[in-house]
Design a protein around this ligand. Sequence first.
Ligand code: ZN
Length: 581
Amino acid sequence: MSKLRSVRRGAGDAAGDDLRAAVHFSESGQIWLHEHRMLLVHAEAQASLRRELIDTLGLARAQGLFTRMGYASGVRDAELGRRRAQELTDQDAFMTGPQLHTLEGMVQVTRVKLELDRLAGRFFGEFTWESSWEGQWHRHYYGIHEEPVCWTQIGYVSGYASAFMGRSILFQEVECSGSGDSLCRIVGKPVEEWPAEVAARYSAMFDREPIAEQLLDLQTQVAELRATIGQQEKLPSDMVGSSPGFRAAYQLLMQAAQSEITVLLLGETGVGKELFARTLHQKGPRQAAPFVAINCAAIPLELMEAELFGVEKGAYTGALSSRSGRFERAHGGTLFLDEIGDLPLPAQAKLLRVLQEGELERVGDQRTRKVDVRLVAATNVELQERVKEGRFRSDLYYRLSGYPIRIPPLRERKEDVALLAKAFLEKYSAKNGKKLRGFTDKAKRTLLAHPWPGNIRELQNIIERGVILAPSGTRIEVNQLFSSIATEPPREFGLGSDGDLRPGTPEAGRRLCEAVLNGVMTLDEVEAMLLETAVDKARGNLSSASRMLGLTRPQLAYRLKRLHEPAPGPAPDDDPPPDEP
Ligand SMILES: [Zn+2]
């Protein structure tokens, strides 16, 4: 083996022989160097790994990685060096490292100058390296490099010298075969004796960079940017659906987009009326102008007119300065008036005038201002009812209701739940920097079974919660979506849709336990709920309720009675205490 002979030629002396003797090829598939397990690896395979890391991580990161890897090897080999220092001079013992480095096939090391004193912590070393493994392969793949390239080897000798000396020793290549010199030449001394910038580069090399986190960060940023771009160019994530009800509403919306017609959006709370309004704005000729939204139900009555039409300074106590209203701010664009049924009558009159004349006066102002605004109104109440009750002007109603669009509640578009859930999952995963694998089958079923009284807004909130609670790399589970059994429909925690009680299913049981442990419910409340549900199901028939529960009738009666007692009392006097089932 030519490499072994090189020990003798280079750093080798008589001591090289007993190092070679310390290499042991065991029959059980292990190679030992003294007390450390070694690997005999193909240099070319190692070189192609090195190249791949440079190409994927970049030069600086790859350099750090290989320097640290070499350093770790050097530290281990220093154990042997320190052991031999008990018998040899410091100089000779130190040479164990260069000999091992040579023996391990990395490079042929020749001492130029070595002065050291372990006790005093003094160190200076200069060596030459011939046939450097790393220099040769680097040149092979990348040609002549400006800077020295024997990173693993510099890491090795620095690690070795530092561990041998018990203080930080830094080696640098002053010549390198990888950068065109005939051989590599290295110089080492305590890190403090190097110029500050060299020492700083050295210590930076040893900072492990959490590349996975940085990649995830970047990925998140990209996803967020994509989401923003998506909002600008495409429909928002909530404007998805393939159900006939949604498609019909969406088609009506698109047909109205290019016109100036006043659109009235009808639908329950949370069905996405504002999104429809915003989409109408974005798909129409006013898209470059402002979209202004206001919820009439959220504004105090006495401020409504000022909020909508603006106010002049001193118009009323508290009007400290003049300001424009929502109409003026939406000039050229679209104004969305949500819950218009809650608009007070005086404001209704003013609104009608804006719609008819295109002009308004601020509160407390004589001046008339022209405004050009497309109005989109929305309501979750029957406006006709309000007209009959005299709470809504009929002329305004007719003005607004020329083009009504009814947005169906989520329970009428069940086929869209999965689409929406997926869209929200993507949206909130990007927002929270999570990589999730979707929903468990159980979670999907629960999402589909839920009645969604809060419509899309409720679904959105639930998915956001699930994304936050589920660990990256997993699927969202039911209990990460629904906070407690209190918020769920009864069949989700023990009653099948067929009305059968299934209190023993593991999922239901687990959630019940969690509810109890989280203090959401007490044990007594759980029991009460169970018993009362059974009695309800049995329409008050205790015999049939007890059968559902797997209890005897006296056992059920006893438990019911105990539940309705003000305090835990003694055993009842009429019913015998039952045996536990
Ligand atoms: Zn080199």
